[in-house]
Design a protein around this ligand. Structure first.
Ligand code: ATP
Ligand code: MG
Length: 201
């Protein structure tokens, strides 16, 4: 399974609908400073529910909505919303149809060769906003998305996304702590934790 395409609409600096294709093995994104490279990574973390707001460089969720920056004051100019859709290629059946059906709570999810996770954040009033998740166009909860992705080894604690600071952290950490990361990636840590729980009982 891999990310095939991203569709951003009014997310951060992407003030119009933008489709970004990804290759199966390796894709690099290049561009001048401030052109939106990191915003693309933020969009993936946002849509897949993999990071807290601070992890995607926003004070609050509504900061993620495109701000044209044409108004001097901060007055509320009406409803606004941002949408990000992550399109996963699942042709290799990393996730089975049953798993996707179970997460979506519906059989009516189309072909699961393609898994589409979409998140919207909608500001309705100055101090009120809504956040919605969809799986192949079916409305779901964050936990449905997280449980599904965990079955493919994608978790908020995981190292599926390695952020800028993480690299330095890994280099400067003790060998023992670094071993912990390898255990986490290899899936051993989960069993260590279960073993510890069992001993405690
Ligand atoms: P660098 O090479 O410096 O890391 P980058 O390509 O990663 O740069 P980003 O951090 O992705 O750049 O983009 C930063 C830009 O996004 C800034 O110009 C910032 O103003 C803009 N931006 C962030 N949030 C919004 C928003 N809600 N509306 C409009 N623009 C935004
Ligand atoms: Mg950057």
């Amino acid at each position: 399974m891999y990310i095939k395409e991203l569709v951003l609409d009014d997310f951060k600096s992407f003030g119009r609908k933008t489709r970004i294709p990804f290759y199966e093995d390796f894709t690099t994104i290049s561009g001048p400073n401030g052109s939106g490279k990191s915003n693309i990574i933020d969009s993936i973390l946002f849509a897949l529910g993999l990071a807290r707001t601070s992890g995607i460089r926003a004070g609050k969720l509504t900061d993620l909505i495109f701000d044209p920056g044409d108004s001097d004051d901060d007055s509320f100019a009406g409803e606004r919303e941002a949408t990000v859709e992550v399109i996963l290629d699942n042709e290799d059946d990393t996730l089975t149809r049953e798993q996707v059906v179970s997460a979506a709570g519906s059989e009516d999810i189309g072909d699961t060769d393609e898994i589409r996770v979409r998140r919207r954040v909608k500001q309705t009033e100055p101090d009120n906003y809504y956040s919605y998740y969809y799986l192949n166009d079916r409305s779901v909860n964050l936990s449905d998305i997280q449980d599904l992705l965990a079955q493919a080894g994608v978790t908020p604690e995981g190292y599926n996304v390695v952020m800028q600071g993480d690299v330095t952290e890994i280099i400067t950490m003790s060998p023992y702590a670094r071993r912990g990361i390898i255990d986490e990636i290899a899936g051993v840590a989960e069993f260590d934790a279960k073993k510890e729980d069992a001993f405690e009982e």
